[in-house]
Design a protein around this ligand. Structure first.
Ligand SMILES: [Zn+2]
Length: 85
């Protein structure tokens, strides 16, 4: 039942449809039942892990691709400058 309400973007407690101010922005409370919509502690941890993983993966792909393309005479100057060494 709650999953069906979530798919229809409605309040999980009462099913009210007036829980959104605009796309992607929830009200602080449901207008129908007063249920508070708050982010729990650690809400953004998953997004930060995915973001960090993708950034590190992209950096590794560029670095290893550059090394593979210039092997055996790897131009180390550019990676060292880019890394700040
Ligand atoms: Zn409600």
């Amino acid at each position: 039942m709650k999953f069906w309400r979530a798919l229809r973007r409605r309040c999980p407690r009462c099913g009210s449809r007036d829980i959104w101010l605009r796309w992607g922005q929830l009200r602080t409370r449901c207008l129908g039942c007063g249920y508070p919509f708050e982010h729990e502690e650690g809400y953004w941890v998953g997004a930060m892990i995915v973001n960090l993983g993708m950034a590190e993966g992209l950096f590794a792909m560029v670095l290893l691709g550059g090394i593979a393309l210039t092997w055996p005479r790897v131009a180390w100057t550019h990676p060292l400058i880019a890394s700040g060494c």
